[in-house]
Design a protein. Structure first.
Length: 178
């Protein structure tokens, strides 16, 4: 498996990955990413992240299996006293259903920690959907501590988690940087 920066030529494959995730979430009874008021702005923000070189993808044999974005801190959630400059922020972590059981999401979180360490940052942070308790539990199993939950009226995300950048839970990862 190879991880590399996503480019404009990858947008269609990344959107397909997102649509697959939306369908899976819907079938699981989770309303994440389907709100018409938040979907379009979220997709526009993601496309800006891709264009800015903040989005990465995992490929295997030419097939996109996952994506992760290392985004700027979202100031709707992270406050100055959190020292937002001391963290890497994970967004749009999506794995293909075909990669289920391979612990690819956890490997990408370890990779994000490595990126944070390279930038001399202490934390890997994220926010996730307030109502998606299964996803919150996944992050806790991956070593994240719940910091707090924020609930701005214009956002459905807001469960905030962080873990030290030095945490490695998947030392046998087979992700190679391209």
């Amino acid at each position: 498996m190879m991880i590399r920066p996503a480019g404009e030529e990858d947008v269609a494959a990344l959107m397909d990955l997102r649509v697959e995730a939306e369908q899976w979430l819907s079938e699981a009874g989770i309303d994440q990413w389907r709100n018409p008021q938040t979907r379009a702005p979220a997709l526009a923000k993601w496309q800006a992240d891709i264009a800015a070189g903040r989005t990465w993808l995992v490929e295997e044999e030419g097939r996109v299996l996952a994506t992760i974005t290392l985004a700027p801190p979202d100031m709707d959630f992270w406050q100055p006293e959190d020292r937002p400059e001391d963290a890497v922020y994970v967004a749009k972590l999506i794995t293909a259903r075909a990669a289920m059981g391979r612990r690819l999401g956890g490997q990408l979180l370890d990779w994000a920690g490595h990126q944070a360490q390279q930038e001399r940052k202490s934390w890997v942070r994220l926010d996730c959907w307030r109502s998606n308790t299964a996803l919150q539990s996944f992050y806790v199993r991956e070593g994240f501590e719940h910091v707090r939950t924020e609930a701005p009226a214009h956002r459905l995300s807001g469960w905030l988690g962080q873990r030290p950048a030095s945490v490695v839970l998947h030392p046998d990862s087979r992700l190679l940087t391209g």
